[in-house]
Design a protein around this ligand. Structure first.
Ligand code: XIL
Length: 318
């Protein structure tokens, strides 16, 4: 095996993948790594399949940007994780500040899901159907869909996605559910609720946005993964990165390498952990510095597209 994806597949995973975004695809030094299936066998669009991009005004659908990433994956023979259908962020303002009734908002959500899932039918390995619907204490996050529809919006979303494409795997995706605790328990209860409603759920996405030196151990991540797979769903690490306090130091780079390995080992140890996706592979395009002030250098490669210690350690752990 000569790269992350080749090694991951040889070790029994379905893929090792990366997020990307449309503006990055014109950077040839970057795409020369992203399009190499020895390194990356799976692509996730970081933004442009989200609701605000795909239905910027009601019933007006726009897939040009999402298609660009889907076509990149198709051209290179890479799996696509489609991300995401329903999320409180990057939801259009016509959704979040509309005047809705229970019935009209259910209909609008169903129309969005039906249109987008139909558009990408046959192209996605999985859909992140509902993203980040829980608070850290395990309660439901309050936002327009929850406030107007109630918790039923979640099983209704899964039901609509399954009706539009019965073959794609349907995931619930969230952060801070990577170790046992109130939020992980709530996500497990959500799996049961969705199934009890009669809807289908196939997987749980463990985002895994971690901090250098604070990443949970491989065994605590693996035992948590097993709590999900015991419910009859697969799991995937969907957005892995490990951020450091800037400036980047070699001490943090060394710890970061160990932290990345903990998550990769947990997935390898878990039957039905299908793959690992990094939330971009290159520090140049990381979402971290613009989201977490004073933090960054969270990815496997530096801004000059050179592998960091974490790359080497992950490759040898696979
Ligand atoms: C992030 C993107 O990377 C940013 O470019 C954007 O500004 C905000 O969204 N959890 C998710 C992803 O599920 O969709 C988020 O992506 C990161 C957190």
């Amino acid at each position: 095996a000569t790269g992350l994806n080749s090694a991951a597949k040889a070790a029994g995973l379905k893929y090792f993948g990366s997020a990307t975004d449309n503006s990055e695809l014109t950077d040839s030094a970057y795409t020369a790594v992203l399009d190499d299936t020895n390194q990356f066998g799976q692509i996730t669009p970081g933004n442009t399949m989200k609701w605000v991009y795909t239905e910027p005004s009601q019933n007006s659908f726009s897939y040009t940007q999402g298609d660009q990433i889907a076509n990149f994956a198709k051209t290179n023979g890479q799996l696509l994780r489609c991300h995401n259908l329903v999320w409180y962020q990057e939801a259009p303002s016509w959704v979040t500040s509309g005047s809705w009734t229970n019935a009209s908002l259910i209909a609008a959500m169903q129309a969005h899901i039906t249109n987008e899932v139909t558009h990408y039918k046959g192209q996605c390995y999985a859909w992140d159907v509902v993203n980040e619907a829980l608070n850290d204490d395990g309660t439901y996050r309050q936002w327009e869909l929850y406030n107007v529809i109630g918790p039923a919006y979640i099983p209704l979303a899964f039901e609509a996605a399954a009706a539009a494409d019965p073959d794609v795997k349907l995931y619930y995706n969230d952060y801070n559910i990577e170790t046992a605790g109130a939020k992980a328990t709530a996500a497990q209860n959500l799996v049961k609720t969705i199934k009890a409603y009669g809807a289908k759920i196939d997987g749980i996405g463990l985002e895994s946005h971690f901090i250098v030196g604070e990443t949970p151990s491989a065994s605590s991540q693996a035992s948590n993964m097993a709590s999900f797979t015991a419910l009859g769903v697969e799991v995937a690490v969907t957005e892995l990165d490990v951020r450091q306090t800037l400036p980047e130091t070699s001490a943090q780079d060394q710890q970061q390498a160990k932290d990345y390995v903990s998550t990769v080992q947990a997935c390898l140890q878990t039957k039905n952990c299908v793959g690992v996706t990094v939330w971009d592979f290159d520090d140049k395009y990381s979402w971290v510095p613009s989201t977490f002030s004073g933090q960054g250098a969270a990815d496997l490669y530096n801004s000059a597209v050179q592998p960091k210690p974490a790359y080497t350690s992950v490759l040898s752990a696979l």
